[in-house]
Ligand binder design. Structure first.
Ligand code: B12
Ligand code: SF4
Ligand code: SF4
Length: 378
């Protein structure tokens, strides 16, 4: 084996190997998209530029940075010639459809949390598993293999690459959709020095057909979005997206977003749950870490979270994706939830809890002030 073609001897078996590691949906992409998929790649980079120009990234300033790296993914790893793209399911249409009626499916507070966030933090789980898988390959098959795992952890356009790798198409809700699998999956990437022709021609042909699909006349997600965030096809305005306001924002939400906290607490799956592609999916359950949900989440109440101490925050939410909003963000979301549900008694108790507390986070105070103003208008 030469260092120019790592993994070559595994060629006929590589997909089977990944499958045995719980990675059934994989493709390999040559990492020179500008040269090999010029028009397709240009569409993605153009879409990103326009999105930033129109300030649709809201306060996500990290999206403004490193645009050069985003447009030149090879710079993320020296010697990177290709990328393995993986789709890792965290829910299936079948499970989602059964959810309302099947006793073993959790009911209660967890329904207000986006499906991806009901499990252990996917960044950590996937990084660990992919690092193990690739290390196994390097140790047992080919020591010349070099790799870097990326899971929402580098300036990298994950959907664009997964689409170009033939794993799915970008829907009007901007999700990457794979017919038969839907869109409830994470995208993970392994940048590598492996040759890009390791996969069979047959699977490449099938992939090209998928990559060129589109939504046709369907418009269900655009119509269902509670906050009109899908203003243009395949473009999401984060300034209006509940997911942004409940996860990423470190500020109070605009008044118009507050009512949406009635049924949602963290993240939003509405533009996915209405999508027909999520109603007829295979029963692929991905990694075991994404099969069971954290049972402590189900026992939570909005009032409990609205008064959350640092210690409770760590014990209840540690290791879960919900920590992305930080403690103050979760308290903010819970206060909005109490307001939107007109639970005035609980809101008063939360207000009394924070009154005069020296360590009341600034965001919590400004949320209470905003809700006081909104309440006085009722
Ligand atoms: C910033 C971000 C957000 C922001 C903004 C989302 C957005 N649509 O841009 C917010 C906080 C709102 C968000 C929410 C969610 N996110 Co998010 N997010 C990201 C992140 C970090 C960057 C996305 C990005 O680059 N946006 C910039 C825009 C311009 O790019 P884009 O949305 O991917 O759009 C592409 C298409 O529109 C396409 N395009 C546009 N026009 C055209 C035309 C043609 C012809 C073609 C072919 C393509 C095309 O080009 C764009 C660039 O490639 C990625 C991880 C990553 N590093 O990529 C995760 C990621 C996109 N999120 C993910 C998830 C799971 C979610 C949520 C479902 C979580 C939740 N339940 O609340 C929601 C879904 C909301 C939605 N409908 O997108 C997954 C999506 C998996 C999938 N199946 O697609 C990702 C990939 C993370 C991961 N590793 O799995 N997210
Ligand atoms: S995640 Fe929710 S708020 Fe955001 S675009 Fe989808 S439906 Fe709209
Ligand atoms: S709901 Fe319809 S328009 Fe929206 S992504 Fe799914 S197929 Fe496309």
């Amino acid at each position: 084996m030469t260092s120019q073609a790592p993994l070559r001897q595994l060629q006929p078996h590589i997909q089977d190997f990944f499958k045995s590691e719980g990675l059934a949906h994989v493709s390999l992409l040559e990492l020179t998209p500008v040269h090999h998929h010029p028009e397709n790649w240009r569409r993605h980079t153009r879409a990103l530029k326009q999105w930033l120009q129109k300030k649709k990234h809201a306060q996500m300033h990290f999206m403004e940075r490193n645009t050069e790296l985003r447009e030149n993914p090879q710079r993320l790893m020296e010697n990177a010639s290709s990328a393995f793209l993986f789709l890792i399911p965290y829910a299936t249409g079948k499970r989602v459809r059964r959810q309302a009626t099947t006793p073993e499916e959790p009911q209660g507070f967890i329904q207000k949390i986006a499906r991806y966030a009901r499990h252990k933090d996917y960044h950590k789980v996937i990084k660990k598993r992919l690092n193990q898988t690739m290390t196994t390959l390097a140790e047992t098959v080919d020591s010349s293999l070099e790799f870097r795992v990326v899971v929402d952890s580098a300036p990298f356009l994950e959907r664009a690459h997964a689409q170009m790798a033939g794993l799915g198409f970008v829907g009007k809700n901007t999700m990457l959709i794979r017919p038969g699998l839907g869109s409830y999956f994470f995208i993970a990437t392994v940048l590598t020095n492996a040759p890009s022709d390791l996969f069979s021609l047959e699977s490449t042909k099938r992939s090209t057909a998928i990559e060129n699909l589109d939504c046709g006349s369907c418009n269900l997600c655009v119509e269902a979005c509670p906050t009109d965030a899908l203003t243009e096809a395949r473009s999401l305005d984060a300034n209006r997206c509940f997911s942004f306001w409940s996860i990423e924002s470190r500020q109070t939400a605009p008044d118009g977003i507050v009512p949406t906290f009635k049924d949602l607490f963290f993240g939003c799956d509405i533009c996915q749950s209405v999508c027909p592609y999520n109603h007829v999916t295979s029963d692929d359950r991905g990694f075991p870490e994404f099969q069971s949900t954290s049972s402590s989440l189900n026992r939570l109440t909005l009032l409990q979270i609205a008064c959350l101490s640092q210690q409770e925050y760590e014990s209840l939410f540690g290791g879960l994706p919900l920590t992305r909003a930080k403690r103050a963000g979760l308290i903010r979301n819970a206060l909005y939830g109490l307001f939107a549900n007109e639970d005035w008694g609980a809101l008063e108790r939360a207000r009394a809890h924070w009154k005069g507390q020296e360590n009341c986070p600034e965001l919590v105070q400004s949320t209470l002030d905003q809700l006081h103003r909104l309440q006085s208008k009722l």
